[in-house]
Design a protein around this ligand. Structure first.
Ligand code: G3P
Length: 199
């Protein structure tokens, strides 16, 4: 029981590491929360500090989810990997190390799925880039990937057998991603959401 609590706390703390804030402040003397969308994620780092910083932060945020989901294996305890995975997503979104103002749950959720369901992760990555190519909105593409994740789990469940924990977690995370993008949704409706220019 104690081990389980320790793993869950580590997962939350891991998710709480504000990679965007660290990379921005250490290497660029910039607080990305004062720029662009104000979000502490890979997209806003990319927007504010460029490709190198954006990619580094995105990969770091993915890694947080992957590592958190791997914790039960690493600690050799009987705990479903999606549980510490969700804790890492909560840490990433409400980080104790950054005033509880974090990212929008996309990359870290992806990292959890990369560990638990790698083919689902690859499918989401593909759907994200197809949607990005068509719409030019990162936020909309993130939400669409959330919807694709739910559809994927429902379809594979129907044909190959249900993974109920995955269905529950993916549905919750997809809803949470939409909830975290409320401001983006308003901007898309008002046509003030920035589009990417490089794809
Ligand atoms: O992962 C976050 C992305 O979907 C939107 O980020 O900075 O455009 O609000 P941002």
């Amino acid at each position: 029981m104690i081990e389980m609590i320790v793993v869950l706390v580590i997962a939350y703390l891991l998710g709480s590491i504000p990679s965007g804030l660290i990379i921005g402040k250490v290497f660029y003397k910039t607080d990305i929360r004062q720029h662009g969308s104000g979000n502490l994620g890979g997209t806003n780092t990319f927007r504010t500090l460029g490709v190198k910083a954006g990619l580094t932060v995105t990969l770091a945020d993915i890694l947080k989810g992957t590592l958190a989901a791997a914790l039960p294996n690493l600690f050799a305890i009987d705990l479903h990997p999606l549980i510490p995975g969700v804790l890492a997503v909560l840490g990433h979104t409400y980080p104790i190390f950054a005033g509880f103002r974090g990212g929008k749950a996309v990359a870290t959720s992806g990292g959890v799925l990369l560990f638990y369901a790698p083919f689902l992760f690859i499918t989401l990555l593909a759907s994200f880039f197809v949607s990005l190519y068509i719409t030019k909105y990162v936020s909309l593409s993130s939400m669409i990937a959330g919807g694709v994740a739910v559809l994927y789990v429902l379809t594979t469940g129907f044909f190959q057998g249900w993974d109920i924990p995955l269905l529950i977690v993916v549905s919750l995370l997809a809803s949470f991603v939409i909830y975290r993008h409320r401001a983006n949704i308003n901007r898309i409706i008002n046509k003030t959401e920035p589009k990417i220019k490089w794809l």
